[in-house]
Write a new protein. Structure first.
Ligand SMILES: NC(=O)c1ccc[n+]([C@@H]2O[C@H](COP(=O)([O-])OP(=O)(O)OC[C@H]3O[C@@H](n4cnc5c(N)ncnc54)[C@H](OP(=O)(O)O)[C@@H]3O)[C@@H](O)[C@H]2O)c1
Length: 272
């Protein structure tokens, strides 16, 4: 994200330098920096864990966003906040538009929807719904998203189980960062935007594409259904997001296949 704003002074925080759940600390940091733009990448992202840790999920995904939105409004800053496809129940069969009615299932999903509402209460806010993020560097040791996990397993010749009944629009973090820069610096209207790479596929189809691009060792892909995996929190089955609104602002999101190829190239993992 910081790289997308090259040429602009950026003050970046981690949890150890700013706990966004602490309203006073947020106010102090914002008053000190007096930013034109606040980009909130902090989240409680443990979808299953949130079922037992609702208070923590709400603190980070909802009430901390209220802290940031209020602080942004106080200094006249724009706010970017990221939300999720999980605000939908996944019962649709065509890509969700921004005006589709949210219907979160599960604590993580509900906490993220509340965060959207708090963010949008501030006048200069952009809420970008992203989904199935990928793009970590090859030497990354932190938390991994599903796609990063698929790539790591295939690269090491390990078996991969992938859903045949969950449809997603995978999103490359570098492209999301570019879209964020575009929206906030092009005078696009504040509000809610779907921000994912173009297209959609089942996780199994995504894994097959990765396997084809990586080429070696011979992949072991095992198709599974969500019912077989017995996950604690419910997942929406169909979560393709329409990016027509983002496109209308003049930003063209590459397809997820193109994004996947570019990311694998940065890891030196492409064989085709
Ligand atoms: N990953 C996905 O596939 C996905 C899908 C849909 C939407 N999203 C949304 O996209 C955004 C970015 O997701 P991500 O996957 O990049 O997140 P991530 O890797 O889980 O990073 C979240 C960051 O927030 C930090 N954090 C947690 N609590 C904090 C607090 N109280 N104060 C300050 N920082 C705190 C975490 O610090 P620690 O490392 O110390 O915990 C971590 O660095 C989030 O809003 C997420 O909900 C992600």
């Amino acid at each position: 994200m910081v790289r997308a704003f090259v040429g602009i002074e950026v003050t970046a925080y981690t949890r150890s330098t700013l706990d966004v759940t602490e309203a006073a600390a947020v106010n102090q940091a914002v008053a000190r920096v007096a930013p034109h733009l606040i980009v909130n990448c902090a989240a409680f992202n443990d979808v299953d864990g949130a079922e037992d840790r609702a208070a923590e999920a709400l603190a980070v995904n909802a009430f901390a966003v209220r802290n940031l939105a209020r602080a942004a409004e106080d200094v006249g800053a724009k706010l970017v906040h990221y939300s999720t496809d999980f605000v939908f129940d996944g019962s649709a069969s065509t890509p969700y538009r921004e005006d589709a009615r949210p219907s979160p299932r599960g604590t993580y999903a509900a906490s993220k929807l509340l965060g959207e509402w708090f963010a949008l209460a501030a006048p200069g806010s952009y809420v970008l719904r992203v989904e199935s993020l990928f793009g970590s560097p090859a030497n990354w040791t932190g938390r991994r998203g599903t796609l990063d996990g698929i790539v790591a397993n295939l690269e090491q010749g390990r078996e991969v189980r992938a859903f045949t009944d969950r449809v997603v629009s995978p999103s490359y973090v570098a492209d999301i960062a570019e879209a964020t820069r575009h929206l906030t610096m092009s005078n696009a209207a504040p509000g809610l935007y779907h921000c994912v790479n173009a297209g959609h596929a089942t996780w199994y189809e995504v894994a097959r594409e990765v396997a084809a691009l990586i080429g070696h060792p011979p992949p072991t892909l095992i198709p599974v259904t969500m019912d077989q995996m017995k996950l604690k929190a419910p997942r929406p089955r169909f979560c393709a997001l329409s990016i027509d609104k983002l496109t209308a602002t003049g930003f063209t999101m590459p397809t997820w296949q193109d994004a996947l190829r570019r990311w694998l190239a940065t890891r030196g993992a492409l064989t085709t």
